[in-house]
Design a protein around this ligand. Sequence first.
Ligand SMILES: Cc1cc2nc3c(=O)[nH]c(=O)nc-3n(C[C@H](O)[C@H](O)[C@H](O)COP(=O)(O)O)c2cc1C
Length: 183
Amino acid sequence: MRIVGLNASPNEDGLTATMLKAVLEDAAEAGAATELVHMKQRKLKACLQCDNGWGICSKEGNCILEDDMQAVREELWRADAIVISTPVYFGEVSEVAKNFLDRVRRCEVAGPSENKMAGKLGLAIAAAGGSGGGIVSCQFVLERYFQHLGIRVFDMIPVTRFTREYKIESAKLAGKALVGAQM
Ligand SMILES: Cc1cc2nc3c(=O)[nH]c(=O)nc-3n(C[C@H](O)[C@H](O)[C@H](O)COP(=O)(O)O)c2cc1C
């Protein structure tokens, strides 16, 4: 199994990344090929809402913006399972996660070609490092991206700074379980 993890936090060693690394490391131990993408290292612009909002992507299946979005999208195409780990910002996913997922959704779902994300397994992590408020609305957004993209929800893991220790253990177990998942 090939698993690609997206870290949507600007911190490479914060709570969001730590949870993601726990999933990937234990998945690798269980035999998966894993890849970690720190999204802040990639150039990922926001959707221009071109063509009166319909998007040239709906005709061509690709985005007209020149950045790293297509390369990351193709890394996900090659994956059997996708793990998205985002910090909770204002009760939502981080800006880089939103920019990327919005554009991928348009290209895959509104575009003329087959949706290459459909059928993959998805694990979403929402890391709320402040009050812990907004974690449910963040997960709601993540679940909707998965639904639109046809990604099968394997698990959604919320974590706060108060639950960090035992949720890291959950993340490790999730990584192992993902490798053996029959869904
Ligand atoms: C702009 C911004 C908005 C935030 N909004 C929330 C929030 O709604 N709820 C919450 O519990 N924490 C909030 N936080 C705290 C982040 O969730 C916390 O910094 C994050 O989990 C830390 O992840 P990291 O260690 O991976 O950077 C916010 C932080 C920032 C920078």
